[in-house]
Each structure stands twice: as structure tokens, then as C-alpha cells.
Design a binder for this molecule. Sequence first.
Ligand SMILES: Cc1ncc(COP(=O)(O)O)c(C=O)c1O
Length: 501
Amino acid sequence: MPSSLNNAPFDLASLDVLAPLVESFAGSCLDPAFVNSGMTPSAHLASNSMLFTQGGSWPRDVWAVSGFGAVLDAVVVETDAPVQLIDLCSILCVLGFNDPWVKLKQIAYLLSPQPHHVTIRLGCDMYYRVARRILRSFDRSTEPGDLVVNLRQCNGSDAVELALHAAWKAVEGSPRRRRLATFRGSYHGENLTASLISDQQPEHGSGRLLMDQAENVVFLPSPTCGDGGYLTDEALAALARLEREGDEFFAVVIEPVQWRESVHAVPLEFLRRLRDVCTRKSICLIFDEIHNGFGYTGTISFADNCGVRPDISAMSKGLTGGHGSLAITVARKEFRAIEGPFAGKSNAADMLSLVAVDAVLDRLLGVDSDEAGALPDWLPTGLASELRTGLLATVYPRTVAMVDLLFDELRRRFPSLVGASAGLGLVRGLVMLDADGRPSSAVAAEVAKRCLVHGVYVRQADTALFVKPRLAFTQDEADAALVGLSRTFEEVLDDRDKANR
Ligand SMILES: Cc1ncc(COP(=O)(O)O)c(C=O)c1O
């Protein structure tokens, strides 16, 4: 059994207490090593060209085999060659792969007779426990009873849509308030409502959605600051418009970090002024915190971090750490009414997702004091001490500093390719430059693609690489990422040199 974790998740099968169970599975179809299909990744790929829809679920050229923390063991499908990947863009695995505590809590739940699925017509203890914990952790400045939570959404798009339903319902007595403000550069998901309020939709405006646009959705410019650090005239004009026409708006929806806009962090001053105008004009302010919430910017809610409080927050990524799907809205009680049949997705009755949220809260904030004394004495000491203090208070600042150092080092080594750092906390972007030193989405796309071969997983976010590592990122993982990114950048610059010869 490992005695100290140093933030590295470990294989639960290595725990002495679980050995009898694991051994009892050996040789049966429950054996973790049991071969399910008997086909190699390349045989799967060759056989399945008509198995999946095109887009989204097409056959993949890299195949994941196992994972702990930010490290994935994978196979390049074409060659069957093994590759170790550092997941530098975990998106929602805020604790990395296979977090031992989340899995232990899920195992404990599975061993209990409690139902694994509690239909939305019924209540249960876990449902209330998680709701209370989220509200308690959500916003330290609110009084008990100020906020309400909805735990019955499956994904981020659902939560954004639900927030709109709540805001819409709240103005049913005000027929003039029919307009919704959103922003250029925004992305709120892929269902129809989310598409209609998102700027960053590949098909937006091309006539390929069921509806191209909603007449009452107003796109304001993406809020930015100019060189002097002051809000641009455009940003001020957007606020002035809301001031002028505010009586016609029922809601404003904004992502505090617009990740698809090269991971652009909306200036705090803009959020403050937006809050101010929304309060005076009685417009519901919705934060889409799908990306920046639940630990990635240091707190559970972004409001707790930045001091600007929305009326409704929508959250999803990070909630279960990838151990189940769930999304939530947290709203001021004025927005608690929602018209049926909205607000209760059938698949959000999965109890293991709720158990995961409970466990992720333990990991981020530390277990409740009355439970700290009841931790099993066989837990590895590193994990037990992390559970007493919570990762946000201990490792978050260290991981942010690690990302800063990684970016600085890459910029020092590759000044002609690496531009500005964007985003905030652990929701970060590294701008990629073309041969003329201009931010380039083509270069970012090329680099993100090539990184995989060199053992690093990042995504492209317009002109930036999108970097969003797990909270307890280790120095070893950061060092391996630096090696893989450097190799990729060298290769890209070599090719650029060759092309210029
Ligand atoms: C800011 C933001 N909002 C909403 C969503 C939609 O979330 P989901 O894909 O879970 O529906 C996303 C997805 O990436 C997102 O980035």
C-alpha cells in the first residue's frame, strides 16, 4: 500500500484492504484484465468506419488504455505503438484520472443497498446532502436561504438553458422584457437554446440549425480592455446600451472566461459594471461557469473569487470530476420558479454522479469536520491529510504557479512561436504566433494536433492552446509536459524554416 501520495492518484487495487475483493475477481469476467472484445485498437479502427455518427464520435486515432492523475497510457492506433500522454487539458477531470477518493466513495455507495437511481419524483438523503453542501460552499457572503440549487441537469448546455428558463419565468408579469443579451466570442453549448445564444458556433448563421437565430437575442461585443488597461469604448458602449434599453431585457448571460475566444478573461471591471447596471435595471445576470467553476479558478463559484455575484450560475465541468455526468444551477431565490416540464432531466437521477460531487467537494474543500475523525485508518497518509485540508487551500496556488512557469519557459525558449498567456487560474490559454508574429488559429490548430504525438494533450481555442490541468498537477507531470511541448514547438519551427528556405 502506498504510504504517501504526493498528489499522485494510485491504483485502488494496490490497497491491502481491497486485495481480497480484487483477488476474488481474478480469472473471471470481472477480472479488470479480462479481455472484452479481443480486438486490437487498429482492428477496431479498421472495422468500424460505419459504426459511429460522423462528427463527435468518429473512430479515434489514439486509444486510451489506463490513466492516473494527468498521465494517460495510450496507443497510437495506426501503429499499435504505446504512447504516454500528459493530459494538460483535463476539461472536467479536476482531480485527474481515477481519483482514489471519488472511486472509494462510489464503491462504498455501490456496496450499500441504496438505490443507484432515484427518479425525480422521489427524494433521498444524498440529494439533500449534496444540495446543502453546494449551497454552503457556493458563496460565503450569502445568508442561508438566499440561494437555491437545481441538481437535475445532465450537462452544461442543459444548465445554461435552465438558467434562461428561470430568468424568463421571473419576468412573466413584464411583457416588455423579452430580450436577452449575450456576447461575441461566447460559447454556451450545443443544444438549440445554447446555440442561439452562442457566438462561437461552427454552423451559426449558415442556416443549418433548426433555427438560425432568435430575434430577441442581442450580441454585444466581447468585453475587452485597451492598451492602458481601461475598458474599450466598445465595452463601455455595450454597458451604455444596457443602461438605455435595460427595461426590455430579461437576462444577460456571460462566461467570465470566454475559452473559445482564445481563452479571454472578461475584465473584472466590466463584470462589476455589468452587475451594477443589471441590478439597477432589474436584469437577471447569468454567469456561465461551466468552465471556470468548481475549483478551476480557486473557488467553487467564480463569484466567491471575484466578488461579483450573478443572479444565476450554471455549472457542470468539474462537478463530478468526470466520474458521472451532472450539471447544476445555483440561483438567487427570486429565480427559484421554473415552469414545468423544465428542470428535471431523467438521466440526472443517477446517484453515482451525486456521490461523485460529494467526494469532489471533500477533495476540493476538505471533509466536514465531523467526518474527518471517521476517515478509514488504512487510507494512505497523503490522501488522508489532503482530505483534512482540501486541495483548493493547499495545491491550487502551487499549480497555478507551475502553469505560469511552464508558459514563461516556453516563451523564453520559443519567442517566435509563443505569444501571450491568457485566461486566469487554471483556465489558461497560450497564444500561438505565425511567422509574422501574429496570433494564429491555424498555428494553434496545427500545434494542438502535433502535441499528441509528442505526448501532450491540449486543445485549440482559436489562436491559443487551451490549457486546463488537473488541480493537483505534479512537478513530474509539468516537466513531462514541457518536454513534449518543446519537441512539438521545435518541429513546428523546423517546418516553418524549411518552408521559408
Ligand atoms: C462555457 C460553456 N458553456 C456551456 C457548455 C456546454 O456544456 P456541455 O458540453 O456539457 O453541454 C460548454 C461546453 O464546452 C462551455 O464551454
